[in-house]
Design a protein around this ligand. Structure first.
Ligand SMILES: *Cc1c(COP(=O)(O)O)cnc(C)c1O
Length: 241
């Protein structure tokens, strides 16, 4: 099946999940996760009207960026993988947003880099809802999370738009529901502290995006179901870049 057909099918399923949850389909963005796939795959998706993309490595996207930029000015690409602080400047230069801010130090580095470049950078805070050792993300009630949010006045070149999570993998997508709900409830709690809307909830991947939409996702990150399988494992199973 072509990328265009797969995109259409995903959009159809997203709309179905939204309707089941009494939500408007247009409230939920589809991010096409193009990691490990060549720039030509991105171009094919762009031609089918897809504009939002996710990549998980700075170096990898650096190699595709020129081709994508010369094909379309519409593409928006976000970083969704773990970022080492020493690559913050490169990430600010390359990406339209960083959806995987998983430490206060990284937020500070991104802020410094964005300030130097005169750029306002959209970010999401990654939360490790399952508390898994092997996964990145801040713990849901950690002091570091509060420090990041409460210190946002000093992070004025970042716009903190919400939270992102990758829940523990379960064969049955229903297994993720509780974690998605947990992220939404955490967001409500953080919102109640005041000051931040945190309107974005980036959750849901190829095998569980419908459950995520039912639980309030505003952005699903779909890779395999659009571009096919990858020849290396999911990034959260790989050593840090
Ligand atoms: C790879 C990746 C995805 C997409 O996963 P699929 O299962 O291929 O849809 C989503 N989010 C993150 C953070 C990823 O690294």
């Amino acid at each position: 099946m072509s990328i265009a057909l797969k995109l259409a099918e995903i959009r159809e399923r997203m709309a179905g999940a939204a309707r089941r949850a009494g939500r408007k389909p247009e409230e939920i963005a589809l991010m096409a996760v193009s990691k490990t796939h060549p720039a030509t795959a991105i171009l094919e998706a762009l031609a089918a009207g897809q504009t939002l993309f996710g990549e998980n490595r700075v170096q990898e996207f650096a190699g595709k960026r020129d081709e994508v930029a010369s094909a379309s000015t519409q593409a928006k690409v976000h970083l969704i993988g773990h970022l080492q602080s020493n690559k913050a400047a490169k990430a600010v230069e390359l990406f339209d947003g960083v959806d995987s801010v998983d430490s206060l130090k990284l937020a500070e580095r991104l802020n410094e880099a964005a300030e130097r470049m005169g750029k306002q950078l959209d970010v999401l805070i990654e939360i490790n809802v399952g508390g898994e050792e092997a996964k990145t993300g801040l713990a849901p009630t950690s002091n570091e999370l509060y420090a990041l949010l409460d210190g946002r006045a000093r992070l004025s070149s970042l716009t903190i738009r919400g939270c992102m999570t990758v829940p523990p993998f379960t064969e049955d997508p229903e297994g993720a529901r509780g974690y998605f709900r947990q992220l939404r409830e955490l967001r409500e709690g953080l919102r109640a502290r005041g000051g931040l809307e945190l309107e974005e909830l980036s959750m849901g991947m190829s095998h569980d995006f419908e459950v995520a939409i039912e639980e309030g996702s505003t952005c699903v990150r779909v890779g395999t179901a659009i571009f096919g399988s990858r020849s290396y494992p999911a990034p959260y199973e790989e050593p840090a870049q």
